[in-house]
Ligand binder design. Structure first.
Ligand SMILES: *Cc1c(COP(=O)(O)O)cnc(C)c1O
Length: 396
């Protein structure tokens, strides 16, 4: 289909929720994407941290095909072997003594976390505890409750009334001030993804974890973006040396097949019918996720993942130093990285220029260029991407 016709069809029939870039990708391989005109791009965004094992991954495709030609779905009314295996694998790889519930997206995983917090608050303490503290510039999803959990007032302009009980803290140090006798949980990202790639300080996180434990308030970590080896470990919580009560994850887990997961050490918090999902954890998504975790585990064990993180980070730091008048700071954790750009205008120019030069870079917060390459990206792909960035940066 001609790109112009596709664009018109999209405008005519799809609700206008996205300010889409005018490009039509038709092929992908590793960290490379090709548009309908044959132009090649190095993908430093991997579909917002989703394509964790790259595009066109043969092992993932084979696992999906093998499962799809047999059973895709039977429903959670019956046993599902890959679902049970996946839960076991996530628990064992993380080292956290938890049980897992599978959903279909990050927001839905967070909905599960909010329900765990509310039920915990109802059952523990004299008062019915219901307040959940979240942090400024956070992002937790776009359902009505996860939108309200997202502490960005600009996102609450429409859609009210929202569910009660969300309390916003300015930063980690402000969290204890916001704890009341009806607080049941704190929900936070260890590295804010949409809020500008802001990793929290490890000592401060550990200090807060201790305070929450003492006050019997749940620590819930939203690892929808930081999870699944993006931080260098399966979960960023491991990098931070904390043991959360609840972890949610999604984006990279099944390499592009929709899936979400909420896991908790409150193993018996839910009884049958407290929570559920029609699609969640079906044969297709959990088989895909099992293969993704297998690939990424091997990648980690061989030392390749850590080498890639070091290499990619070095490239970004060199770029920052070289063009310090454009990039004020290099930030991030693992392969979730950002360059702070001096102002929004320059950031927009940078993103347009890199796109023209054949590199996909994302935006985060007000002034950050965000890099979320696939975890299996090769040195050659990294080199090519940075070469293209260097080639266009002089014209900024
Ligand atoms: C992307 C994201 C979400 C929402 O995930 P969806 O799959 O879009 O619902 C929630 N939290 C964080 C930290 C995210 O990065």
């Amino acid at each position: 289909m001609e790109q112009q016709d596709l664009k018109q069809m999209d405008l005519d029939f799809v609700l206008h929720t996205y300010a889409r870039n005018d490009v039509h990708f038709v092929k992908g391989s590793g960290a490379r994407l090709y548009d309908s005109k044959g132009k090649e791009y190095i993908d430093f965004g991997s579909g917002i941290a989703v394509c964790s094992v790259g595009h066109g991954n043969a092992r993932l495709a084979e696992a999906i095909y093998k499962q799809a030609k047999n059973l895709i779905h039977t429903s959670n009314l019956y046993l599902i072997e890959p679902q049970a295996r996946l839960a076991k694998k996530i628990v064992e790889l993380s080292g956290y003594d938890m049980r897992v519930f599978f959903a279909n997206s990050g927001a839905e995983a967070n909905e599960g976390a909010l329900k765990i917090a509310r039920k915990f608050g109802e059952e523990n303490g004299e008062l019915k505890r219901y307040q959940i503290i979240t942090l400024d510039s956070s992002f937790h999803g776009r359902t009505i409750s996860t939108l309200k959990a997202t502490a960005q007032n600009k996102m609450h302009q429409y859609f009210g009334p929202f569910p009660d009980g969300f309390v916003y803290a300015k930063d980690l140090n402000d969290v204890p001030n916001k704890i009341s006798n009806v607080t049941c949980a704190v929900l936070l990202e260890l590295v804010q993804g949409e809020g500008g790639i802001t990793p929290f300080d490890k000592a401060e996180v550990q200090k807060l974890a201790k305070i929450l434990k003492e006050k019997n308030v749940l620590l819930m970590v939203d690892e929808v973006q930081t999870g699944i080896y993006r931080s260098g470990e399966l979960f960023a919580s491991q990098v931070y040396g904390i043991t959360p009560d609840v972890i949610t994850t999604a984006k990279g887990l099944a390499g592009g097949v929709p899936i979400g997961a909420v896991m908790t050490s409150l193993k018996d918090i839910f009884a049958p019918s407290d929570h559920g999902s029609t699609f969640g954890g079906n044969f297709l998504s959990t088989s895909a996720a099992l293969e993704v975790l297998e690939i990424l585990f091997e990648h980690k064990q061989s030392g390749e993942l850590d080498k890639t993180i070091t290499y990619f980070t070095q490239k970004l730091q060199d770029l920052q130093k070289h063009y310090a008048e454009i990039f004020t700071q290099e930030v991030g954790l693992g392969l979730m990285r950002g360059l702070r750009v001096r102002d929004l205008e320059t950031l927009t120019k940078f993103l347009n220029a890199t796109f023209e030069a054949g590199v996909l870079v994302l935006k985060s917060g007000k002034n950050t260029a965000r890099f979320l390459p696939s975890l299996t990206i090769t040195r050659e792909e990294i080199d090519e991407g940075f070469l293209r960035i260097e080639s266009c940066i002089a014209h900024l």
